[in-house]
Design a protein around this ligand. Structure first.
Ligand SMILES: [Mg+2]
Length: 256
């Protein structure tokens, strides 16, 4: 499964070093709209990625950091670099829709992807129903598993980009399974994130090779599981919290 590289909100002089870490990738995600930075800095960062990788797909991720007028102006300026899409330019669904409509009105060819508006909404399909995005970003763990993510993509009727939620190889493997199960995969997956982790729970990490991840199993190491296990008190706190939350869930109607 093809994966993208990621360029965080670094200065132009650091872009080449960051990209070198990822090797040959078909696409690069560039962070924009970082708090305390300007659109000019975003433009310079994206232009540098385009200069270094003339043939790569470039997508930007604002993590909801712009308001509607800023997003429209920024994407109008960024469109010249040739973007695959812009991820979550503004925080809310109504805003995504407004940005999308204004870009269309001005004839600016930038597609809008929803990430937080799928993952953090009670209803992950609202963004599709309200015509607020051209594609959706899907992450296995936050959406409740591979099967549920597949059904959400099918119900949304939009192209999907499979990304990680900063998982170990076990979670990445689930993302690869989702990507491999989709009927179409028009965009490289955001699953090349293992290099951001300090450790893993397998001796055979699911790292990209030549810009792609293998579709394979991940043998879990008992020794590594033990090494990275949460402190028992911390683990108990989380398990208690889960139990309390679970108790609040409505009892599912099983028809009996
Ligand atoms: Mg995102």
């Amino acid at each position: 499964m093809p994966v993208n590289g990621t360029v965080p909100a670094v200065g132009v002089d650091q872009v080449e070093t960051v990209l070198a870490r990822f090797g040959a990738v078909p696409a690069v995600k560039v962070k924009v709209a970082e708090r305390g930075q300007t659109v000019a800095e975003d433009l310079a960062r994206v232009a540098e990625v385009r200069r270094l990788l003339p043939g790569a797909g470039i997508r930007v991720d604002a993590n909801g950091g712009w308001d509607v007028p800023t997003a429209v102006a920024a994407l109008e300026a960024l469109a010249g670099a040739g973007l695959e899409y812009a991820e979550q330019p503004v925080p809310d669904i109504a805003g995504l829709r407004a940005v999308r409509e204004e870009l269309a009105r001005r004839g600016i060819p930038v597609l809008i992807a929803a990430d937080e508006s799928v993952r953090k909404e009670t209803d992950p399909l609202r963004v599709a129903r309200e015509d607020a995005a051209d594609l959706i970003v899907v992450k296995v763990a936050p959406l409740g598993g591979v099967r549920r993510a597949l059904s959400i993509v099918a119900a949304a009727g939009l192209p999907a980009v499979v990304s990680s939620a900063l998982d170990t190889s076990v979670g990445i493997r689930a993302g690869v399974a989702l990507a491999a199960s989709l009927p179409e995969l028009p965009y490289a997956c955001g699953l090349g994130t293992l290099s951001l982790m300090d450790g893993d729970v397998t001796d055979e990490p699911l790292l990209p090779d030549g810009g792609a991840l293998a579709v394979r199993g991940v043998p879990v190491s008992e020794e590594l599981l033990e090494r990275y296990a949460a402190d028992p008190d911390v683990a108990r706190w989380w398990l208690d919290r889960l139990a309390r939350v679970y108790a609040q869930l409505p009892v599912p109607d099983t028809g009996h």
